[in-house]
Every structure is written in C-alpha cells, then in structure tokens.
Design a binder for this molecule. Structure first.
Ligand code: SF4
Ligand code: SF4
Length: 131
C-alpha cells in the first residue's frame, strides 16, 4: 500500500517536472488557424491547373496512383479535366511527369469539408475559344 502511494506521488512529481521543463522550450505548435504555418517551396498542396497549356496527353492520369484524374476528350482535344481531391494523395506524380507544365502544386492545403462532392474540381474549356 505504502509502495503504491509512493509510486503515485513519484509519477505525479515526474509528470510536473516534465511539464515544467518543456515550458521553457521553443514552441513547436502553432495557434492554427489564427497563425498560418510556413510552407516551403516543396509543399504539395492543391494543384494549379492551366488548361491552355494542357495537351490532353493523359500522362498525369496514367501516373496517378490514386486514380484521381479523369480527362475527357472530344474531337478538338481536351474537353474536361477533373481532379478528385477526395482521392488525391498529393504524391506529385502528375506535375512531375507533365511535359507541358500545365499542372503544378500550390500552397493551398485547407481542403477539409463535409461535402465530399465539392472536392471534385472540374476545368472546362471556354466554349467560345479554341484553347
Ligand atoms: S496536365 Fe500535363 S500530363 Fe496531364 S494531360 Fe495535360 S499536358 Fe498531359
Ligand atoms: S498528386 Fe498524385 S494522387 Fe494527386 S492527382 Fe497528382 S498524381 Fe494523382
């Protein structure tokens, strides 16, 4: 019984000492969302897609391990480019293998939503242009 009391007090003291020790260290967490994190230039967030550069070659679709890209073509080439962010794992393959620099990462990471359908992003050609 005495040993149990001793062990409890000892754990309590060790716990408090640990907290005390860490209270003088530099913080490693942020008060998110009030403070936004610093993201370096290798961060892989939501894509930026330039439909005018896309040649509808399909390479990004082939190399996507999550099957998140869907390309729809018509007789004029690219008709619709879809990325489903509920599937995307942000591996970066699509822009790494794109020879036309049509797709690249951005720093946008705040994609959480309760509406899964909104995670499917569609880019369409403007009907009155030949892009
Ligand atoms: S984004 Fe790049 S790799 Fe993907 S279809 Fe367009 S040109 Fe090809
Ligand atoms: S980042 Fe990876 S998973 Fe996401 S669309 Fe590109 S290839 Fe697919």
């Amino acid at each position: 019984m005495l040993k149990q009391i001793y062990n409890s007090i000892l754990s309590l003291v060790i716990g408090h000492l640990t907290v005390f020790k860490h209270s003088f260290k530099k913080r490693v967490t942020l008060e998110y969302p009030e403070i936004k994190p610093y993201l370096n230039n290798k961060f892989r967030g939501k894509h930026e897609f330039d439909i005018s550069k896309c040649k509808a070659c399909g390479m990004c679709q082939k190399v996507c391990p999550a099957n998140a890209i869907d390309i729809i073509k018509d007789e004029n080439g690219l008709s619709e480019y879809n990325i489903d962010y509920s599937k995307c794992i942000f591996c970066g393959n699509c822009y790494y293998y794109c020879n036309f620099k049509a797709i690249k990462p951005s720093n946008q990471f705040e994609l959480a939503t309760s509406d899964k359908k909104s995670l499917k992003v569609t880019y369409k050609k403007l009907e009155n242009t030949n892009e």
